[in-house]
Design a protein around this ligand. Structure first.
Ligand SMILES: C[S@@+](CC[C@H](N)C(=O)[O-])C[C@H]1O[C@@H](n2cnc3c(N)ncnc32)[C@H](O)[C@@H]1O
Length: 344
């Protein structure tokens, strides 16, 4: 036995469905989202009614028919309770190609359509590629529209998931960094990505300033849009730069009390450039690094600082790295915090 679900396009309301009720195949159960939008009709006797459903679906041009093998999805109840690991960015949901092959496309589509009431698009992520760390995405369901907005800590982040690095799973980490800053910090966000941290910091630093940089022009484009959209909540001025991080010491003065280096594959390559931008008396660097263990990350960072010693005017201490995200089997993203003081 199979379950068939017809995922309905947004404009299909219950009223509309009532007007065409006579043509709905028998034996369906309607499912509603939290906003009472009718989102799908589920048939349990599918193999008998499949043709009738196909006929019916022709009247609802954007509807998707999904058939689910009952061994994967035992009942419509399970459909309602099912869980698909995913990243939600506003009305765009991103699943990994591994999840897709584990659960099957139909289960993924049906579960997500029932779970997320704002769902507009499902993309499958094959990998994160290139220097800009953008996700390579294939459309699985809905409209191929990758620009979206999502809410984080009361801010609206505007982004394009195909052109900019976006990761709402870092929201707690961003809050931790925010809490470690003081109101008058001068912050350099060296690899700003979606700009979510830049925006968050700007809501707190009443007497500070933030310089936000990214090599990806699209990042700057969307950060600008987010800044304009959230203008009323922002306190610290934000300066946006679209430069390679290694050019920053050529255009900025060493005034920064906090430097954020969130480019886990590359951060360490720019560590010396970051040290050159540190305020002479005191500076904290938050460096994100891919690694297998806290100890290894701490040792790598300490080793580098030792190498740079002769070029530095600070004495620096590396705090115990914090594990921020899972990255790959037995690999994680860590934040190593380096606190530096003027050499006596
Ligand atoms: C992991 S993402 C940053 C994530 C960001 N902190 C956020 O929360 O959205 C890394 C970013 O570094 C940028 N990037 C990579 N190489 C760079 C370079 N040499 N100079 C400046 N930006 C660079 C990429 O375009 C990407 O947006």
């Amino acid at each position: 036995m199979k379950v068939i679900a017809l995922l309905l396009p947004l404009h299909v309301t219950l009223n509309y469905l009532n007007t065409i009720r006579s043509s709905i195949p028998r034996g369906y159960e309607p499912y509603y989202s939290q906003s009472q939008r009718l989102i799908c009709l589920v048939w349990k006797h599918s193999y008998k009614t499949l043709n009738a459903i196909k006929e019916f679906a022709k009247r609802l041009p954007e509807a998707h028919i999904v058939t689910s093998d009952i061994r994967r999805l035992k009942s419509t109840y399970e459909l309602e309770k099912c869980h698909v690991p995913c990243t939600i960015v506003g009305n765009v949901v991103i699943v990994s190609s591994k999840t897709l092959s584990n659960l099957g496309g139909d289960v993924v589509k049906a579960c997500l359509a029932l779970t997320y009431r704002r769902l507009r698009t499902i993309y499958v992520k094959e990998l994160t590629e290139g220097q800009y760390r953008v996700a390579k995405l294939q459309l699985l369901y809905g409209v191929d529209e990758s620009t979206t907005t999502y809410r984080e800590h009361g801010l609206t982040i505007i982004c394009d998931v195909k052109r900019v690095y976006v990761n709402p799973r870092l929201s707690t980490e961003r809050l931790r960094v925010l809490r470690s800053c003081t109101n008058d910090d001068r912050v350099l966000d060296m690899f700003a990505g979606s700009g979510a941290l830049t925006l968050l910091l700007s809501t707190k630093l009443t007497q500070g300033i933030i310089v936000s940089n990214d090599l990806n022009q699209s990042s700057i484009h969307y950060i600008l849009k987010s800044l304009a959209y959230n203008a009323r909540m922002l306190k610290a001025p934000v300066i946006l730069l679209n430069l390679d991080a290694k050019q920053l010491p050529g255009v900025l003065k060493p005034i920064f009390t906090v430097i954020i280096m969130d480019c886990p594959h590359e951060s360490l390559r720019y560590l010396l450039h970051a040290f050159r931008l540190c305020e002479p008396d005191y500076c904290t660097l938050h460096v994100y690094v891919v690694g297998c263990s806290q100890d290894k990350v701490a040792n790598t960072v300490k080793h580098l600082i030792n190498e740079f010693k002769e070029f530095m005017n600070h004495s620096c201490r590396v705090e115990e790295p914090i594990r921020v995200l899972d990255y790959a089997p037995r690999k994680y993203i860590y934040r190593a915090t380096i606190t530096c003081k003027r050499l006596q």
